[in-house]
Design a protein around this ligand. Structure first.
Ligand code: KIV
Ligand code: NA
Length: 269
């Protein structure tokens, strides 16, 4: 898809205007954010917020492609970035290229995102050299939840140097930006100051070069839990449930459908 925004445009924002992004999984939601976001991420968070999975580990290439195609149809302006799901890239550069190329070819995404730092640098370099813009993701990497022992803040104290090294490694490998998830503010500011590519914060710092949130979190559709870093800008889940309850009550009272919703013998169509 020829989007107005490109990986180069995102990269050029470093030190300039903040980069605005959200996740999306469907066409109508993508349409709502197309004019407001610089890039839209089809995140593998869709496994949890749309499909009720306990983590992102069960998300498949097929799920990513189906939602990627839907989001692509809703975007004209914002750049489309798509997550590589767990198991689709970790074996090595060739596996990663094959699956990244498939995600891009079948959805029209302009870039892929994958989780990992130092250990993924070789793969990132391989993809970038072959025409695939890569967004990296360091700090809390949810696909490693089992190894990390939960969704804890990463990079506290002496562990901060490891997250900085990860961010530096992905920048050196040619990633055009890097998501920093759930790390201390001070570390996020340090990384933003020291790496050459834009940092996209989620649970990081207002000093990052950009921000991202999961759209269902910020709109209040996903209420199973709320991370500290989520700001609820609306409570649409509550509004939706109230509407559903009202509908149910009206059907039971035979108040719906009303006169304006039914057809007389003469009403055309
Ligand atoms: O899957 C996702 O939604 C993400 C963002 C939170 C960065 O990876
Ligand atoms: Na993700």
């Amino acid at each position: 898809k020829q989007s107005a925004m490109t990986a180069d445009d995102i990269r050029a924002r470093k030190g300039n205007q903040p980069i605005v992004s959200l996740t999306a999984y469907t066409t109508p939601m993508a349409r709502l954010m197309d004019r407001h976001c610089d890039f839209v991420l089809v995140g593998d968070s869709l496994g949890m917020v749309l499909h009720g999975l306990p983590s992102t580990l069960g998300v498949t290439m097929e799920m990513m492609i189906l939602h990627g195609q839907a989001v692509s149809r809703g975007l004209d302006h914002a750049m489309l970035v798509i997550d590589m799901p767990f198991g689709s890239y970790e074996e090595g550069p060739q596996q990663a290229f094959r699956n990244a190329a498939r995600l891009m070819a079948e959805t029209g995404a302009a870039a892929v995102k994958l989780e990992g730092g130092v250990e993924m640098a070789e793969t990132i370099r391989f993809l970038v050299a072959r025409g695939i813009p890569v967004m990296a993701h360091v700090g809390l990497t949810p696909q490693s939840v089992n190894a990390l022992g939960g969704y804890k803040v990463q990079g506290r104290d002496e562990q901060g140097a490891l997250v900085l090294a990860d961010a530096q490694a992905v920048a050196d490998a040619g990633a055009f930006s890097v998501v920093l998830e759930k790390i201390p503010q001070r570390l996020a500011d340090q990384i933003t100051g020291e790496v050459s590519i834009p940092t996209i914060g989620i649970g990081a710092s207002a000093g990052c070069d950009g921000q991202i949130l999961v759209v269902d979190d910020m709109l209040g559709f996903f209420t199973a839990f709320k991370a500290k870093f989520v700001k609820r800008y609306a409570d649409l889940g509550e509004s939706a449930e109230a509407a559903i309850a009202e509908y149910a009550a009206e059907v039971r009272a035979r108040e719906f459908p009303a006169a304006e919703h039914v057809f007389g013998d003469q009403t055309p169509k």
